[in-house]
Every structure is written in structure tokens, then in C-alpha cells.
Design a binder for this molecule. Sequence first.
Ligand code: HPA
Length: 270
Amino acid sequence: MYNKLMGCLKSVREKTDFVPEAAVVLGSGLGEFANEIEIVDTISYSDIEGFPVSTVKGHAGRFVFGYVEKTPVVIMQGRVHYYEGYPMQDVVLPTRLMGMMGAKKILLTNAAGGANESFKPGDLMIISDHITTAVPSPLIGPNIEELGTRFPDMSETYSKRLQTVIEVCAKELGIEMQKGVYVQFTGPNYETPAEIRLAQTWGGDAVGMSTAVEAMAARHMGMEIAGISCITNMAAGISKVQLNHKEVQETADKAAGDFKKLVAKVIVNM
Ligand code: HPA
């Protein structure tokens, strides 16, 4: 795996020598943000040898390199999901690659279902912690010693400092935030009402199919992590309506204005 990562890094370095300070992963329906920064370079995932390429509509699938004010960032416009059929180690390859490009901090974003009944669609949630019990760890397999230790600590996966940065930025923008625990399921099916009750008993506030494993891989290699969920729908069984991807995208679109302002401000201040 480390050789594969080094191969991908070489492929990136043949195209750009840009060194990001921060990495950003844009979730479903939130990818528009990358088009608004001062772009220096882009690389399609399909041009990186060995890179897992996403198949989901609405996931553009490229790295965007550039500046948000003075901060050099690499943005993943489109991510790779476990439900597409990749081994979990491939799912977190892009996260690790951004760390290897030089990013010391990472802002992870996603569209998620609200399991906390006080949430409403369109809310933005600061991720305070996560639960990955329902998905395999991306760290299973031989440890990549070059990146981190065999048994990494996860007691502060989402940096308290960065949670405060998000809070302060949101306040200055007049955006109300929720805060809570993200529970990852495999997808691609949405959860059953019974699974949502399980997530609630576990202490979960939002459910999704992506972010927690990326956070685990980023933490393993010592990156400082921030996470924001866009609550695009109430999770199964909470609202009476059936779930569909269109609703998820429409709500993400509606929240995109606030979301983009917040992400830009967080990047500058993280
Ligand atoms: N469940 C899982 N993932 C999701 C959801 C959901 O309800 N909404 C958006 N992503």
C-alpha cells in the first residue's frame, strides 16, 4: 500500500509541485465550492496511476489545488466510497495522499442523514466524534509504519481547537450550527429505521457513508481534523417520507450558500 501511495504521489508530482497546507474533502452536492477558489492546478483522479476513481453522479472526481485567500489548499472534488466496491484501504488512499502532499490539516465534509430528532434538513453540524463500528477499519492490514503507529489513539479525532474555529467562524457569519456524533454505515442503501434507532442508542446524531474512515486514516498519520456534515434529510423512520438521492442533493444545493461561506472562512482560520 505504501508503494502504491508513493506511485500516486509521483504521478501527482509530475503534474504539480503545489504544496497544500490544508486538505478539504467536499461531500455530495457540495462540490461547487472548489470552483470558487483561486485555482492554480487541477488533476483528474483518472490521470493518477493506481487511484480509485469514483462512479457516483455528482462527484466530479478531481483534485483542485489553489488558494483561499493566502492559504494553499488541495480540495477533493468528489470522493471514493466503500459502497463502490473498493477495499477500505483504497477508500482512504486519497486522504493519505493529500497528507503526503504536505497537508497537515484536513476539513472533511459530507451530506448526512439526521438521526438526532431535534435536527432539521438543511442544518450544518460540527462533527465532534464518530462511530465506525458498522464499517471495517481502514487501518486493518499491515501497518504503514511510514505514516503512523500500529495502534493510534482516537481520543480526539476531531480537533477541539478546530471545532472552536468552526464555531467562531459560523457565529461571525450568523450561521447556526449543530454539533454531534457521526455514525458511518456502509451504504449504498439508506439505513433501516431499526438501524437508525441503533445509531441513536449508540449516541449518534448523524449517519452517513463516508467520512469517519477518512478521519481515521488522517488521524493515523497525525493530521489535525475538522468535520462538517450537511444534514440533507432526516434519517429513515424519523420522517414519514422515503429517502432518495434527489432529496439529498436538493437540500445540499439549498444549504450550499451558507456551506461555502463557512468552509472558506474555516480554511482561512484553521
Ligand atoms: N443515510 C446515510 N447517508 C446519507 C443520508 C442518510 O440518511 N443522507 C445523506 N447521506
